[in-house]
Design a protein around this ligand. Structure first.
Ligand SMILES: C[S@@+](CC[C@H](N)C(=O)[O-])C[C@H]1O[C@@H](n2cnc3c(N)ncnc32)[C@H](O)[C@@H]1O
Length: 267
């Protein structure tokens, strides 16, 4: 089980992400970026893959666009559905793995936002997902996803980190009204390009003492720019844009926002 499969993580996801990204947000402007793409390419519908609690799907649906969501985690889908209902929306949201999901319709845009693609831990699964998403899109379908490439100074540090070498990340108030502190310890394996993290959640009592603790594991795979280019090409995609952020920069930041179009032919 990975972090997002846990119900306590899904329930508190929005609350702690708000605090995490208030200081430094690698995805700043992502919703607006995807809204523009959906207006341009989402005529036959948009699917938000690895939709989580619906950050993108609900933003698009609220703007009146045809958007559905899918996520591996049942708990995340439940939270997304509950948020949709509270907004008076009822987009279809279904639990599925991006490597093999199917829908009864073809979409013209697929979005994998905020590093959802990085949860695929092997090139085989990345390939399966790219081929599968291709099948779920119309002939002129567009896919956008983001990846981070290994950044040697940080990964060198992570190679020295032990799985219980925790660093404080943030403090927030959970859905039950308790303060919680979050720490993580992330190690890196250069052979597989996988970052393995332990995320520790400490719940605080009224006097500030730790009254409960839970540890949630999370693995993500980093992908080199050239690797992703080849993978996309091999799986029947023409890369039309590679941005360095969500404002259209083409600077090579090592953090890539990919936009690709389905190519003709069999793959
Ligand atoms: C970092 S969260 C991003 C969620 C959402 N896109 C957002 O922007 O808030 C990554 C999501 O990917 C989902 N996920 C991980 N592996 C997946 C897979 N193989 N297929 C579909 N979803 C997956 C997780 O359950 C989690 O909700």
């Amino acid at each position: 089980m990975d972090l997002h499969d846990y119900r306590d993580v899904a329930e508190n996801y929005d609350a702690y992400l708000d605090v995490m990204y208030a200081e430094r947000d690698n995805y700043e402007g992502f919703r607006e970026f995807y809204l523009e793409l959906a207006k341009k390419h989402g005529g036959a519908g948009t699917v938000d893959i690895a939709c989580g609690t619906g950050a993108v799907m609900l933003y698009l649906a609220r703007a009146g666009l045809d958007a559905e969501g899918t996520d591996l985690s049942e708990a995340m889908c439940d939270v997304a559905r509950r948020k949709a209902a509270a907004m008076g929306l009822s987009p279809r949201i279904f639990p599925a793995n991006m490597t093999d999901f199917r829908s009864d319709r073809k979409y013209s845009l697929a979005i994998i936002a905020r590093s959802g693609f990085m949860h695929l831990l092997t090139p085989e699964d990345q390939r399966k997902a790219l081929l599968n998403i291709r099948e779920c899109l119309t002939d002129d379908g567009v896919l956008t996803l983001n990846t981070f490439a290994p950044f040697p100074p940080i990964q060198a540090q992570q190679m020295r980190t032990r799985p219980d070498d925790y660093t404080f990340r943030l403090e927030y108030t959970n859905v039950d009204g308790f303060r919680e502190r979050i720490y993580n310890a992330i190690t890196y394996d250069p052979a597989t390009q996988i970052m393995s993290g332990n995320w520790k959640f400490e719940t605080l009592g009224a006097d500030g003492q730790v009254v409960a603790e839970r540890i949630r594991p999370l693995k993500m795979r980093q992908t080199y720019r050239q690797e992703m280019l080849y993978l996309a090409e091999l799986c029947g995609w023409e890369v039309t844009d590679i941005f360095g952020d969500y404002h259209g920069s083409r600077e090579d930041t090592g953090r890539y926002v990919w936009v690709m179009r389905k190519k003709d032919g069999r793959f």
